[in-house]
Design a protein around this ligand. Sequence first.
Ligand code: DGL
Length: 282
Amino acid sequence: MIGLFDSGHGGLTVCRELVERFPQVEFVYLGDHANAPYGNRPSEDIVALTREGVERLYGQGCRLVLLACNTATAIACRTLQQQWLPDAGYEGHNILGVVAPMVEAATQTPWAVTAPQYPQKYNTDTIAVFGTQRTIDSGVYREEIRKRCPKVTVIEQDCPELAGAIEAARREDELDEMVSAYVATLLERTQGMAPETVILGCTHYPLIEHLFVRHLPPSTRILSQPKVVADSLEDYLARHTRYVAPPRAGTRPSLLTTGDPRGVERSLEIFWPEPQRFEPVG
Ligand code: DGL
């Protein structure tokens, strides 16, 4: 069983892709709806809430947990991997995040390579990153991209209200107006130059990717986080077969929430059009 964790609904964009890509794998999804959104919370809260979420998923029998949330990954992943997990008594367990796969895809450089490799394919590109306040403030995308490709220009744009507005199922025209304003601010900072690549660094944003496409220059390529993460997990599982249980036919993911399951189901439609059932996490 593989656990997926997000502050709320956003990680379902990744969950849907993984369920399609790995029909034989059993996934358990936990949304911390009782505490969402994470995007503007203090770091200590995000670390503590993410740790609790991971422990709950370990308690469900998942030995591998993917943080399907950029904010939790940016703020908590490294701390939990390096400072908590080694002494927490969960031998054989692991935590992965969604930032590393995006950095690998954007820089065309494996995560294990932390210094520039020459000749660099994308020497002078501009990569734009949209994300929550905390993800952007953490600087994780800029730092990790520039470590591998120092000549790349990284421009980051925080979208403080966007994940909450998507989660609250705000009207398309309202979301469009917000995206248009965030993109306009970013393009002012590039002085109108089109970024080569855009990372939508929040798992809620794939749901409104069409709005980003509408407002970004046509030459800009948007990296699809659910697909990139699925590719990366495929590669990881091929190298770490201990996390792959014997195949089961037709498994559906278990969906858990810290919030009110019926309330969560009611606002689920844009994330997963077929009706899904959430259960309260124990
Ligand atoms: N889905 C989360 C992410 O990828 C953030 C949403 C939130 O603010 O909780 O960053």
